[in-house]
Structures are given as structure tokens and as C-alpha cells.
Design a protein around this ligand. Structure first.
Ligand SMILES: C[S@@+](CC[C@H](N)C(=O)[O-])C[C@H]1O[C@@H](n2cnc3c(N)ncnc32)[C@H](O)[C@@H]1O
Length: 274
């Protein structure tokens, strides 16, 4: 059963999610995300007081690391509903239901939920405003909506072997974020608008965190960049990345002498009134 309003797909933009979570590269992508972001995410969720017996939705659950954390916290009497268009890495079990489902067509099951979490999902969806409304309306009284997204803060170089390497990085960031984002409806400015949207929607106790660290070549953060670059290679070349820049960029991401700021992760929460 599909619950919730249908969302308009008809503005001509290619709405396909850019990456393939089902693929081998997609699985590595999920692992790198968990390595870099599960610490700040679970600390933030923990402070909201996730309790045994609660019902949660993990939207765009990916590799399922946060689904498993939520199931651990809400068990043995709670339930976590994990939803993704690609569910290969999500495992049903006690307290965990998995739905292969496109959220832009509504929710796969009825709410309400005591906690709804979506990390790095809404920034990818051109229909993010409608999905946001859908999620707000699916909250139980007192329920929390937790949205984690990356911001548009430039990923500046801290240390590079040569000045030309800094220029390569800047060019690759431009293609990877500005051009690719515009081509695929990815919005890195969304993250810092979320608290305002939550307040407009009547949510209470709105607050958030920003988290970022530097990533050295070869670290999980750099390997994630490399992984995204490999997954998006055809599109990046189409958008103007040169093979020479691409090759040097990949070398830098494996070079411990290279260091740059990783994505700024912004996690926001708001609570429905009781
Ligand atoms: C960047 S990954 C993040 C995965 C996970 N939330 C994490 O942070 O580790 C985005 C996830 O959202 C899923 N996704 C993308 N579009 C979706 C849609 N329309 N409905 C449901 N899931 C979607 C993708 O398949 C992918 O697993």
C-alpha cells in the first residue's frame, strides 16, 4: 500500500538518483559513509532519547547502519521501517521491516513514527519539499524528524604536493558539485534551510549540528570522494572534467601528502507537538 500524496515528476529534469547503492561501488560508498558519519549521527540521535518500543522510519537507509542502530535502541518491542529504492544491503529481522520503495510516490506504510531519519537523501531529491511535508505529516505527537545533509561549504585544500594540484582539485570540485549538482537537481544549499522549514511547519525544539573533518589521501573520506568520482565518471566527463584532471585527482585522493576538508555534514532535528 502507498500512503501519502503523490509528487509531480513532470519538470523534464532527469530524476534518477545518481548513484547505484546495489552495486559493489555502492556498497563501498555506504561503508565509507558509515565510517565517517555514523559517529556524529548516532551521538545526535542519542541525545534525542531514542527509546525501546518506539517506531522509527529510516528513509534512504542505504547500507542499514543507522537502521541497525535504531533497531538496537528501540528493541525488543519497537519497530524500524527501512525504506530505499535499493534494498540489497538491508536485512529484515526482529523489529526491522524493509521496503523497496521510491519515497517520491509517498510512504510505503502508514505512519505515525516516533522518529524519522533521512541522511543524505533529501539533498538528492528534486521533490525534497514535497517529501519534507510528507515526513512532517507522518510524525507521531512528540515525534522527531532528523534530516542529515551535506552543505555547500567549499571543500578547500589544506595541503597538496604542488600548487597545480590545488588547481586540479578546484576544477574537479566545480564539475563534481556545481555542474553535476545543477544537472541532476542536487541541492547543497538545502541543508542550511532545513531549520527554517521545520519552524514554518510548526515543529518545536528545532536544533542542529555541523560536523566536518579533514581527510588525508587514503582515508575513508578521501576514498569516498574517489568512489563517488568512479560512480559518476561518465557524467563528469560529459560535464567537462578532463581525463588528465580526473587521473591526477584520483592520485591525490590516495596520496597521504594531500589533505582537504571533507563535506560539511549538517544534521537538523525538529519535534512535533505532543
Ligand atoms: C547517499 S545514500 C545515503 C544512505 C544512508 N542514508 C547513509 O547515509 O548511509 C542515499 C540513499 O537514498 C536512496 N534513495 C535515493 N532516492 C530515493 C528515493 N526516491 N526513495 C527512496 N530512497 C532513495 C539511495 O538508494 C541511497 O541508498
Amino acid at each position: 500500500m502507498t500512503a501519502g500524496a503523490l509528487v509531480d515528476h513532470a519538470d523534464g529534469m532527469d530524476k534518477e538518483y545518481l548513484f547505484d547503492t546495489s552495486s559493489d561501488l555502492g556498497l563501498d560508498h555506504m561503508d565509507y559513509l558509515a565510517t565517517v558519519l555514523d559517529g556524529p549521527t548516532t551521538r545526535f540521535l542519542d541525545a534525542l532519547g531514542v527509546q525501546p518500543g518506539q517506531r522509527c522510519l529510516d528513509l534512504g537507509a542505504g547500507g542499514g547502519s543507522i537502521t541497525r542502530w535504531l533497531a538496537d535502541r528501540t528493541g525488543p518491542t519497537g519497530q524500524v521501517v527501512a525504506v530505499d529504492i535499493a534494498t540489497d544491503h538491508l536485512v529484515e529481522g526482529p523489529g526491522v521491516e524493509v521496503y523497496q520503495h521510491d519515497i517520491t510516490t509517498g510512504l510505503p506504510v502508514e505512519g505515525p513514527f516516533d522518529l524519522i531519519h533521512a541522511r543524505l537523501v533529501l539533498l538528492h531529491l528534486p521533490q525534497r519539499e514535497q517529501v519534507f511535508d510528507l515526513l512532517v505529516n507522518a510524525l507521531a505527537p512528540g515525534g522527531w524528524l532528523v534530516l542529515g545533509d551535506c552543505s555547500e561549504r567549499p571543500l578547500s585544500v589544506v595541503a597538496a604536493p604542488t600548487p597545480e594540484d590545488r588547481a586540479v582539485w578546484e576544477r574537479m570540485m566545480h564539475v563534481s558539485h556545481d555542474l553535476l549538482g545543477a544537472a541532476r537537481g542536487i541541492d547543497l544549499s538545502w541543508a542550511h534551510t532545513v531549520q527554517g522549514r521545520m519552524e514554518e511547519a510548526g515543529l518545536l525544539n528545532v536544533h542542529g549540528i555541523e560536523y566536518s573533518e579533514t581527510a588525508r589521501g587514503g582515508s575513508a573520506g578521501s576514498l569516498l570522494h574517489l568512489n563517488l568520482n568512479q560512480q559518476a565518471e561518465p557524467l563528469l566527463l560529459e560535464l567537462g572534467a578532463t581525463p588528465a584532471d580526473m587521473a591526477r585527482y584520483r592520485e591525490l585522493l590516495l596520496d597521504p601528502g594531500f589533505r582537504a576538508w571533507f563535506y560539511q555534514f549538517v544534521c537538523n532535528a525538529g519535534q512535533r507537538s505532543r
